[in-house]
Design a protein around this ligand. Structure first.
Ligand code: GCU
Length: 682
C-alpha cells in the first residue's frame, strides 16, 4: 500500500498545529540546522515536524545534518542517548552554548520533546510583543516524564462509517465496510502524538459485523498500513475485540474461555495478527455488557475471559484492556435494591489478584456512565493486585454533544485528585493509574475520542480543547486545567490578550455552567433516551437501564447509603462514612447518594428545590453570557471559525433555556412550591 509523504495537510484544518507566520522571532537562528544522527523512523518524524513548523512559522528552512554538531554550532540537536537520565518517553529540552538540545533515552521522547519545542516556539511568537522573554529559548530547561504509561484514545467508530456517540461527522477510519488509509490518518496521528498520545483503538467497543473481521486476513493490509503510520508517530494500534469471534469468525459452537478449542483458536489468531502487524498493541474488550457476549454466558468469571486472551497474546507482549462497564441492563424500575452503580465493584473487586500481568482493567471515571457529575468509581484503589486504567469520555455524549461548549479537563482534574485512601500515600486516582501506588507498569488513561470527519475534527471548534487537553493531561497530570486551556488557545488562535482571556474564561466556566442547567446535584440521566441529548426529566425513569431519580411530590434522589442500596459502603473510609452521611455528603453529589425532601437544606444553606431553581436560571444566563463573550471577539478570530462557533452558541443559549424551563417546571409542578424570587416558571 502506498501512503503519501507527510506534509500534505490540505482539505482540513490542523487545529492547534495551525501555525501562524512570525518571521521576526528573535530565536529564529536556532531553527536553521537540525542535528540528528539517528535514522530511527520516529526521530525522522520529529525532524520533519520541526522542519514543517520552522517553515510555516519562521518562513525558513531548517537543514538536517546527520552528524554531531561542532563546538559553538547554533541549531537544534536531537540526542537519542541510552545514558540520558530521562526515560524512553521522557525528554529534556534545554539550551547549551547555542544549541537547543532535545534529549531522551528513546525516540518517542525525542518526538515529544520536539513537539514541546514547537509549542514553545508558538508561545514565544504569540507573546513576542507583550512578553518577549517569557518563552524565550535562551534559558529554556524543561524536563518532562509522562505521568502515565498508556495515554490512549478509544474511537467508537463503526465500519459503515458511523461513529457511536460521534458528534463531528463520520469516521475517518472506516467507510462502507472498508478501512481508510489516507492523509487524514496521518494528520490525526500527528495531532495525537503532538500531545503525547501513544495508543489508539480505532474501532467501536461494540464489535459487530465486519468489525469482527478486523483481526482476519481480509483487512490486514489496511490495518497494517494504519499501524505503520501510527508507529512513525510513536503510537501503538489497538483494536476492539469481539468475545464471540470464535463462533462468528471461527465457526466454533462456543466461545467459552475454558474450552480448549476456543483457547487454541485464540492462540492461533493472535499469532497471525502479530505476524501481520508487528507493531500491534493488543485489544480492548467489552464483554458481558449491554448485550455483548462474555464469560458470564458460560458461567465463567471475567478473570477467566481476560486471562484466556492475555495468555494467547503474551508471547507478543500484547495487552488486554478489559472494560469494567458491566451491569444488569434489564433492570426493573420498581426494584429499589438492585443498583447499577454497585455493579462494577461487585463484579470485579472479588477478582483482585486473579488477572494476568498483561491485563488492565479499564474503569470509567464514575460508576454510571459519563454523566456531568458522578462520584469517582469505587473500584479505583480497591484492587491492589490488579492493573487499572481510567476511562473518560471527551466525546460529549452527556455533556452537550459538542454543540454545547463543555471543557472537561477541570472535571478530569478532580477525578485524578480524588483520594481513595487505599494506601497511606500515593492513593489518588492519578497515583493508581500512573503506577505510582503499586509500582506497576501496565496502566494509564484512556478517553473515548471526540473526533470525526468534520473539517475542524471536533464539530465544535472549542471541543478541540478537550482533545488537546486529554493528551496533555494524561502526559502530565500535574498541569492545571487553566495552563492546558491557555496553551491550546494560544496555539490555536494566537496570543492576543483579549482572545486568550475571553476564551479561557469561557472554557473554565463551561463545565459548571452545563452542570447548572442539567440534572441537579449529581442525580444525572434527565436526558432523552437513546440519543442522550436534551432534557427529558422522566426519560429514563421507568426504563430498564438502572438510571432513576425517584422524584415524587415530596422528594428526590436515590438512597445509596447503608440503609439503601449500600453503594456508599463500597468506598474506603473515610469516604464511605462521608457519602453515607446525609449531612456530610458533598452537595454536588447529594442526590446521587440520598433521597431527600425538596425542603432539605443543603450545606450551601439553600433548600434542594431553591437550589434547583437558582442553578437552572443561572446556567441559562451563563450560556447567554458566554455567547456575548464570544461575540466580543468578532474580527479577532478567523471568520469561518467565529461564525461556526457563534452558531453553536446560538443553539446552546436556546437549548440551555429549554433545559432550565423544563427542569424548573417539572419540579414546580411536582411540588407546588414557588420560586423565592418569583421568576417565570411554567
Ligand atoms: C454508554 C453509551 C454506549 C456505549 C457504552 C459503553 O452506554 O451510551 O453507546 O456503548 O456506554 O461504554 O460501552
Amino acid at each position: 500500500m502506498k501512503v503519501e509523504e507527510v506534509g500534505n495537510y490540505d482539505g482540513f484544518e490542523n487545529a492547534w498545529l495551525s501555525y501562524r507566520q512570525q518571521t521576526d522571532c528573535k530565536d529564529k537562528q536556532y531553527f536553521t540546522a537540525i542535528y540528528a544522527k539517528s535514522a530511527d523512523a520516529i526521530v525522522c518524524t520529529a525532524v520533519k515536524e520541526l522542519q514543517i513548523a520552522t517553515e510555516q512559522i519562521l518562513g525558513q528552512k531548517a537543514v538536517l545534518y546527520r552528524e554531531e554538531p561542532e563546538a559553538e554550532t547554533v541549531g537544534i540537536q536531537l540526542r537519542l542517548d541510552a545514558t540520558e537520565t530521562v526515560s524512553e518517553e521522557g525528554y529534556h529540552l534545554y539550551q547549551n552554548k547555542g544549541l537547543i538540545i532535545i534529549a531522551s533515552k528513546g525516540a518517542r521522547g525525542i518526538l515529544y520533546g520536539s513537539f514541546a519545542c514547537i509549542r514553545r516556539l508558538q508561545m514565544e511568537c504569540a507573546f513576542m510583543k507583550t512578553a518577549p522573554e517569557a518563552f524565550s529559548f535562551e534559558r529554556i530547561d524543561i524536563m518532562e516524564e509522562p505521568s502515565n504509561p498508556l495515554r490512549m484514545l478509544n474511537h467508537w467508530d463503526n465500519m459503515d462509517g458511523s461513529i457511536e456517540r460521534g458528534y463531528s461527522g463520520g469516521s475517518f477510519f472506516f467507510r462502507d465496510e472498508e478501512v481508510l488509509v489516507n492523509d487524514r490518518t496521518k494528520c490525526y496521528a500527528r495531532l495525537a502524538a503532538s500531545v503525547g498520545v501513544n495508543a489508539v483503538v480505532i474501532n467501536n467497543v461494540n464489535v459487530r459485523g465486519n468489525a469482527t473481521r478486523l483481526i482476519a486476513e481480509d483487512y490486514a493490509p489496511q490495518v497494517k498500513a494504519i499501524s505503520e503510520i501510527f508507529a512513525a508517530y510513536g503510537i501503538r494500534l489497538f483494536l476492539s475485540l469481539n468475545f464471540a469471534a470464535p463462533m462468528e469468525l471461527g465457526g466454533l459452537n462456543t466461545a467459552d474461555p475454558l474450552d480448549e478449542t476456543v483457547r487454541e483458536w485464540w492462540k492461533d489468531q493472535m499469532a497471525k495478527v502479530f505476524a501481520r502487524i508487528p507493531n500491534f498493541g493488543g485489544f480492548l474488550v467489552k464483554a458481558d455488557s449491554e448485550g455483548r457476549e462474555g464469560p458470564f454466558t458460560y458461567g465463567r468469571t471475567h478473570a477467566d475471559g481476560a486471562n484466556m486472551l492475555a495468555e494467547a497474546i503474551a508471547p507478543y507482549n500484547g495487552l488486554i484492556i478489559w472494560r469494567c462497564f458491566v451491569y444488569n441492563c434489564q433492570q426493573d424500575w420498581r426494584d429499589y435494591k438492585t443498583d447499577r452503580a454497585r455493579s462494577g465493584y461487585d463484579n470485579f473487586a472479588p477478582l483482585d489478584g486473579k488477572f494476568r500481568d498483561n491485563v488492565i482493567l479499564q474503569i470509567k471515571n464514575g460508576p454510571m456512565d459519563f454523566q456531568v457529575r458522578e462520584p469517582v468509581h469505587p473500584l479505583f484503589g480497591a484492587m491492589p493486585k490488579t492493573n487499572q486504567m481510567l476511562e473518560v469520555q471527551i466525546a460529549q455524549e452527556y455533556t452537550g454533544q459538542q454543540r454545547h461548549v463543555c471543557y472537561l479537563i477541570p472535571m478530569f482534574k478532580e477525578i485524578l485528585a480524588f483520594q481513595t485512601y487505599c494506601k497511606e500515600q500515593n492513593d489518588t486516582v492519578a497515583d493508581i493509574v500512573s503506577g505510582r501506588t503499586w509500582g506497576n507498569q501496565a496502566c494509564g488513561m484512556a478517553a473515548v475520542a471526540n473526533t470525526g470527519n468534520d473539517v475542524n475534527w471536533t464539530g465544535h471548534d472549542l471541543a478541540a480543547a478537550n482533545l488537546y487537553g486529554f493528551g496533555r493531561l494524561s502526559f502530565n497530570t500535574n498541569c492545571t486545567a487553566e495552563e492546558i486551556a491557555k496553551e491550546w488557545i494560544v496555539c490555536t488562535f494566537g496570543g492576543d490578550a483579549e482572545v486568550v482571556e475571553t476564551i479561557l474564561k469561557i472554557l473554565m466556566m463551561s463545565w459548571t455552567t452545563y452542570e447548572k442547567y442539567n440534572a441537579p446535584l449529581g442525580i444525572g440521566w434527565m436526558v432523552n433516551p437513546n440519543y442522550h441529548y436534551g432534557p427529558s426529566v422522566d426519560g429514563y425513569e421507568y426504563d430498564r437501564w438502572g438510571t432513576y431519580h425517584r422524584a415524587d411530590y415530596q422528594g428526590i434522589g436515590v438512597d445509596r447509603s447503608s440503609a439503601g442500596t449500600g453503594y456508599a459502603m463500597q468506598y474506603k473510609e473515610p469516604n464511605a462514612s462521608i457519602y453515607n452521611d446525609l449531612d456530610r455528603c458533598p452537595d454536588a453529589l447529594k442526590l446521587f447518594f440520598h433521597h431527600v425532601p425538596y425542603t432539605y437544606q443543603l450545606r450551601s444553606g439553600k433548600t434542594v428545590l431553591q437550589h434547583i431553581y437558582d442553578t437552572h436560571f443561572e446556567g441559562a444566563a451563563e450560556a447567554e453570557k458566554m455567547r456575548t463573550m464570544w461575540q466580543s471577539l468578532e474580527g479577532k478570530i478567523p471568520e469561518k471559525i467565529y461564525h461556526r462557533v457563534l452558531e453553536r452558541f446560538d443553539h446552546q443559549v436556546w437549548h440551555a433555556k429549554e433545559w432550565c424551563d423544563q427542569i424548573n417546571s417539572y419540579f414546580y409542578r411536582k411540588t407546588g412550591i414557588a420560586d423565592e424570587q418569583g421568576r417565570k416558571i411554567y
